[in-house]
Design a protein around this ligand. Structure first.
Ligand SMILES: [Zn+2]
Ligand SMILES: [Zn+2]
Length: 426
């Protein structure tokens, strides 16, 4: 039987906020003093020195303890930033069309999770669909999934993340156990947890999620480019899923956020892009980027529109058509006008049935390619790399900012369809 060794209680670390609002490790014994000093907003640098010094001193005490046969026991102290409030504000979608702000308990990160203090959250087309009741939720839910924030707490066992890291949220979390996940198809996992849908969402002050589903963003990346990474990753996934290569010509139907981002990405990589969209302002954004507009007039019949698009696309060797409008009509249009041998990539998510002619699809070798969200971890990785390399700047789509307390009106404005991307400040 091993003899019981005496124990020495050594505080390991606490977290304190310095004058820049950053959170850093500090000496637990001196924490109350540090905390008091930190709040006079002048002693950030000296706090840093003291914190670093404590780390060295602690190592030395542990070393001495080993020589003397004393086992160090780590104790974790309170988190000062969580002391002032045990509650947070969260915006609930109670019933379609109705947002209510409520105080709820601050979520605690579970094992393997981190807690993120959110700063900015983009409004997605899917948030608008939920808000309008096109897709019904079973219970009052905090929606929103395009989150940017700072890690403020680590759950048990999280070693590789740091408090204070600026991160973006990857909101779709496959189960990693079903046959689809095991065969590398996590995008269609039926047990997928989706933040802002069947998990608490980002229109709140804090969120918890698995540590490997939030991505550190380099300081060189602006908030605007960071908060638009999630929709950008959808566009990255769709473009690279198709067989179209840089130098090829593609067509994009619908210039919502995803259509615009896909156009931006393709142009930046050297594709030629034809865009089709009813809203003249959005067409202007795309043509300013370098796209060519081919937009049938509102008066023409679907058959005339299809013929017009088919002529332009065929004569310009369009090899992939990206349906980003998300309506049954445009999905039908994309398929009927698709040139021989091309792909129709279904990016928009219409819940209504669309029509296609099997004879045309089969005889002309049209490939229907479903594109949903993004592959973990590659598409977020690629998107961040493309942004850091300054190939793409997705932040250009942001059209307005709104405070969380005005989420109701922000969602109503987004539902109007005239803006390209609304961002909520938390
Ligand atoms: Zn989204
Ligand atoms: Zn799964």
């Amino acid at each position: 039987m091993t003899p019981t060794r005496p124990a020495i209680w050594l505080p390991r670390q606490v977290w304190i906020k310095n004058e820049w609002g950053l959170i850093q490790r500090g000496n637990a014994v001196l924490a109350p003093i540090f905390f008091a000093i930190a709040h006079d907003n002048q002693h950030g640098p000296s706090l840093l020195v003291l914190s670093l010094f404590w780390a060295q001193l602690r190592k030395f005490v542990v070393f001495l303890g080993h020589i003397l046969g004393i086992t160090p026991v780590d104790i974790h102290f309170w988190h000062p930033t969580s002391l002032p409030c045990k509650n947070m504000q969260a915006a609930f979608l109670d019933i379609p069309g109705h947002i209510t702000l409520r105080d709820v308990p601050l979520p605690k990160p579970g094992a393997g999770e981190v807690r993120v203090k959110l700063n900015q959250v983009g409004i997605c087309g899917s948030d608008v669909h939920l808000f309008l009741g096109h897709r019904l939720l079973n219970q009052p839910t905090v929606i929103g999934h395009e989150g940017l924030g700072i890690i403020d707490s680590l759950g048990a066992g999280v070693m590789e993340r740091t408090v204070g890291e600026r991160v973006i949220i990857e909101p779709n979390i496959p189960c990693r156990q079903c046959r689809y996940c095991l065969s590398g198809r996590g995008t269609i996992c039926p047990n997928k947890r989706t933040i802002g849908l069947n998990e608490p969402g980002c229109f709140a002050e804090y969120i918890t999620l698995p540590a490997d589903y939030c991505w550190a963003v380099a300081d060189t990346v602006s908030d605007a480019d960071a908060v638009t990474v999630e929709p950008m990753a959808v566009a990255v996934h769709a473009l690279f899923l198709s067989g179209a290569k840089p130098g090829d010509t593609i067509a994009v139907i619908g210039l919502g956020a995803i259509g615009l981002l896909l156009t931006h990405l393709a142009l930046a990589l050297g594709y030629r892009v034809f865009v089709t969209e009813r809203n003249a302002d959005k067409v202007k954004i795309a043509t300013d980027l370098g796209a060519e507009s081919v937009s049938p007039t509102g008066e023409s019949t679907p058959a005339e529109q299809s013929r017009m698009l088919a002529d332009v696309w065929l004569s310009n060797d369009v090899c992939a058509v990206f349906e980003c409008a998300g309506s049954a009509i445009t999905a039908s249009l994309a398929t009927s006008a698709a040139p021989r041998g091309s792909e129709v990539v279904l990016v928009g998510l219409s819940e209504k049935p669309a029509a296609f002619t099997p004879l045309k699809v089969a005889r002309e070798g049209i490939h229907l390619v479903p594109s949903i969200i993004y592959d973990h971890p590659f598409d977020f990785q690629r998107t961040l790399q493309l942004i850091q390399a300054r190939v793409i700047r997705p932040g250009f789509i942001i059209s307005s900012h709104h405070p969380l307390r005005n989420l109701q009106t922000a969602l109503e404005t987004a539902a109007g369809g005239l803006e390209t991307k609304l961002v909520v400040s938390i």
